[in-house]
Design a protein around this ligand. Structure first.
Ligand code: SAH
Length: 374
């Protein structure tokens, strides 16, 4: 079976002409596919072609297994079931500047960050480009609204699934498809430095976010195993090169973990680290960096807890005092399981427990904080 939604327009044209179709059909089929129309609903195609597609092609737009809507702010959390029964998550956040969908790039994650629920069972497989597009298509069909912005901050490490992610980015930007501008797309990575250098060469003006979360190698290696492969100096040198090649400002994600990385001294270390990494390069006056502070979403399997409002505020102030701008992410979806990887994990746990078959049960309100953020 052909994964037709992952095809570029050129590949689609070759596929359809090989099946005896005229070339103009490719544009029609491409537009239908990216709107999420099933083969049977592609009304301007001859019935014989619709049957051909049905017989030879897979439908990889995921099914909604469960959807939770926040009564507080309209945030929507989707648990999607893929063609092989695996589940992933997406979160739709409503902002003044439009709808932002946070999508997954892999089933599970191989990176092993200690505070993250998505990596607890390891990585199961890559998502195909069609399954990444499919999350957007399914959310648009479910809400009847357009997705304006996409953030690759759901389950998985996008740069670990590099080729599929690059193909997805080119497809999602296509004017005959979803037509989402690169400047409306952010990609978050735990720091695969070699892949950041590769990404710099792709000529994709997206926003790169780098999950830093600590300012020393010792502290970072303790919570992010990837740091042993790409220590902070190697990562930041790749980031500086990325900025030099693309001119695109980089966001650094910093999750505050109480008592571990959230003291004013940690803030000073972070500021001097970032300023140092980007100094000595001819970047003019403005630092090409920004820090997003995140309150950790407490995951019951992990020991990490969030600090007080006061400690978060002091951390941000200390950063600014030392010349690094920071934003504290707004919390959305506080009443639903918006934290990355938690819904999928709960669903898997419920299926294992004999008493809890069927639909994933809505859980009692958790003490956790949500991950869906600005
Ligand atoms: N693998 C990529 C993208 C997915 S994770 C990455 O590491 O960047 C998206 C962001 O959520 C990352 O910054 C990640 O470190 C953060 N994150 C994961 N679990 C979290 C938790 N429990 N609390 C707060 N942030 C978390």
């Amino acid at each position: 079976m052909t994964d037709i939604l992952s095809m570029t327009p050129q590949e689609l044209e070759a596929f359809l002409t090989a099946a005896g179709q005229p070339r103009f059909r490719a544009k029609q089929v491409f537009a239908w596919l990216h709107r999420g129309t099933p083969f049977s609903g592609m009304t301007n195609l001859p019935a014989s072609l619709r049957e051909y597609l049905e017989a030879h092609c897979e439908w990889r737009v995921p099914e909604i297994a469960c959807k939770q809507v926040s009564a507080l702010d309209g945030t929507e959390k989707y648990l999607f079931r893929l063609i092989d029964g695996n589940c992933i998550e997406s979160v739709l956040m409503r902002y003044k500047h439009g709808n932002t969908l946070c999508i997954s790039s892999e089933v599970g994650c191989p990176m092993g960050c200690r505070f993250c629920a998505s990596t607890i069972g390891g990585k199961v497989r890559n998502l195909t480009p069609s399954e990444m597009l499919g999350q957007i298509i399914a959310a648009e069909r479910s809400t009847g609204e357009r997705v304006d912005n996409v953030v690759m901050m759901g389950i998985g490490e996008p740069l670990d699934n590099y080729d599929n992610v690059i193909r997805f980015l080119r497809l999602v930007n296509h004017p005959d498809g979803l037509n989402i501008g690169y400047r409306h797309i952010s990609l978050s990575t735990c720091g695969l430095a070699d892949r950041i250098r590769d990404l710099a060469k792709e000529d994709l003006p997206i926003t790169l976010s780098v999950s830093l979360h600590a300012a020393t190698d010792e502290a970072r290696s303790a919570i992010m195993p990837v740091n042993r492969r790409y220590p902070i100096a190697a990562l930041l040198s790749a980031c500086a090169d990325y900025y030099a090649a693309t001119g695109r400002r980089i966001s650094f994600e910093y999750t505050l973990l109480a008592g571990q990385n959230d003291s004013p001294a940690d803030a000073r270390r972070l500021a001097s680290l970032l300023r140092g990494a980007f100094s000595g390069r001819d970047f003019g006056k403005s630092a090409p960096i920004h820090v997003n502070l995140i309150r950790v979403n407490e995951v019951s399997e992990t020991p990490f807890r969030h600090g007080t409002e006061e400690s978060v505020r002091r951390f941000a102030e200390e950063l600014e005092k030392h010349g690094v701008t920071a934003t504290l992410r707004r919390r959305l979806g506080a009443d639903i399981d918006a934290a990355c990887g938690q819904l999928r994990k709960k669903h898997a746990d419920a299926q294992q427990a004999p008493a809890a078959k069927g639909e994933p049960k809505p859980k009692e309100p958790e003490e956790t904080e949500p991950a869906a953020e600005e």
